[in-house]
Design a protein around this ligand. Structure first.
Ligand code: HEM
Length: 457
């Protein structure tokens, strides 16, 4: 197979899934698709035609690859701007205030949504098709559940635990780079750095950290791509169905994995979660949501950081060379890559009560879309923000990992992986160049490359 063929094919051998009525499953899928994607897609397309900035951002194909011009239009319109999806902000200060405020939450109460939409939401709710941003994933629940889930897993992500993974990360990176050299030697043209390196490293690291079998790496990548797609709103039907197949396969794998660990627990985080005693025990659904989030978030974002960083560094060769000469600069370079082209471009919060924000009264229940990628280019915080500068003194003030109680649990791990990986890559292949047109992933919430052709020099 060519090294540039798309990665992440659905797994060849589906894992067994629990029996569901042959009629019920398609009906539930249809209900889920309609309320989560079909109707929002139409609504947003209509808003985009009216010129609504969020509608355009989420629907216009060209803005997927080049959102930064539109972000400046949002910024020019004000610090907090009405949109088809509530309010939207490109301001660093407003984004940070919302993320840190307990007057805003991630959850919204679906149980009272009236009429057909409410019914479809409830009817379509199914564990085996649920994605990483669906309840009870900690990403989308507020305290006290959020506090409970986060406490159970945070021990595996302390600075000390993370640092202990450095030798393993370096070893894995070196092995992948050995394979990359072999692929390049056997290829006629460029090799795909995403397929051969950037995607492989984070998935192997998180699998090792969670104690899930690393030999399922190709399956995880396929399932993770499905999980990543469902972070977006308004997917076309065919893409949604493919994503749902991936999610079902991932849940089926997790169910079998949990069973294995119940019979034969190991010394890993998932074994501990499966075996929690008494009142601490997680329900089956909580267990699936927690492990799926850790696994998916563990690699679907870091791959984007690596790809975005390589492309930015390739376009600023003097900085690449300076980092090779002075590797102490890598930590700052990773922060600048996170700021300049953020792997997670947007998130949102809902006002839990009537609040005052950016001089406006925001009624309870209002959704606020937070453009993290735009906040990270706010000229009030970052001088000349569209310039990539690995020596920028305050790059670390970015909000690429969010802020407040949902601040990325894996931020330390992602930073370490990126530092080790980029340093190893540039040491090993100092003349590596982007060779050909990189292709972006067809995603809006996440931003990264699907294919990144490089020559090793
Ligand atoms: C460059 C890589 C990464 C980026 C840019 C990133 C970004 C983010 C962001 C923006 C959020 C919060 C979203 C919000 O506030 O609505 C988040 C949450 C989270 N991230 Fe990451 N992440 C990365 C890597 C990782 C890794 C390696 C893990 C490891 C498991 C991880 C696990 C999590 C978890 C569990 C949450 C939910 C935290 C909570 O809700 O309390 N992330 N991440």
């Amino acid at each position: 197979m060519s090294s540039l063929t798309a990665r992440r094919q659905p797994p060849a051998v589906p894992v067994s899934e629990p029996a569901l009525s042959p009629l019920l499953r398609p009906a539930r899928t249809a209900a889920r698709y309609a309320v989560r994607h079909g109707l929002p897609a139409r609504y947003l397309a209509r808003a985009a035609r009216r010129g609504d900035l969020v509608g355009r951002l989420l629907r216009e194909p060209a803005l997927r690859d080049h959102p930064y011009g539109l972000y400046e239009q949002v910024r020019a319109a004000g610090r907090l701007v009405p949109s088809a999806l509530g309010l939207v902000t490109a301001s660093h200060a407003v984004t940070q205030e919302v993320l840190r405020s307990d007057r805003f939450g991630v959850g919204w109460d679906r149980s009272h949504v009236p009429g057909l939409v409410g019914w479809a939401l409830r009817f379509g709710d199914e564990l085996d098709a649920s994605g990483v941003a669906e309840r009870p994933s900690m990403l989308v629940v507020d305290a006290p559940d959020h506090t409970r889930f986060r406490r159970l897993v945070s021990r595996a992500f302390t600075p000390r635990t993370t640092a202990a993974f450095e030798p393993m990360i370096r070893r894995t990176a070196d092995e992948l780079l050995d394979d990359l050299a072999v692929s390049a030697a056997g290829a006629d043209g460029p090799v795909d750095l995403v397929d051969r390196f950037a995607a492989g490293l984070p998935v192997l690291v998180i699998a090792e950290l969670l104690g899930v079998p690393t030999d399922r790496r190709e399956d995880f990548l396929a399932w993770g791509a499905a999980a990543a797609a469902t972070l977006d709103t308004g997917l076309p039907l065919r893409r949604y169905l493919a994503a749902e197949r991936g999610l079902r396969a991932m849940h089926a794998f997790l169910r079998e994995h949990f069973e294995r660990l119940r019979r034969d627990p190991g010394d890993d985080l998932v074994s501990r979660l499966v075996g929690l005693p008494g009142e601490e025990a997680l329900t089956e659904r909580e267990l699936h949501a927690t492990v799926m989030l850790l696994l998916g978030a563990g690699f679907e974002t870091t791959v984007n950081l690596l790809g975005n960083a390589v492309v930015a560094l390739d376009a600023h060769r003097d900085q690449w060379d300076a980092l090779r000469a002075e590797p102490a600069g890598w930590a700052g370079a990773v922060e600048e890559a996170l700021r300049y082209d953020s792997p997670v471009q947007l998130t949102g919060r809902t006002a839990r009560a009537d609040v005052e924000l950016a001089g406006q009264r925001v009624p309870a229940g209002t959704r606020v879309t937070l453009l993290l990628g735009a906040a990270n280019r706010d000229p009030d915080v970052f001088a000349d923000p569209a310039r990539f500068d690995v020596t920028r003194h305050n790059a670390r003030d970015h909000l690429a990992f969010s802020a407040g109680v949902h601040y990325c649990l894996g931020a330390g791990l992602a930073r370490l992986e990126a530092e080790v990986a980029l340093r190893a890559l540039t040491e090993r292949f100092p003349r590596l160049r982007v060779a050909g047109r990189p292709a972006r992933r067809d995603l809006r919430t996440l931003r990264g490359f699907e294919v990144l052709p490089v020559s090793l020099g």
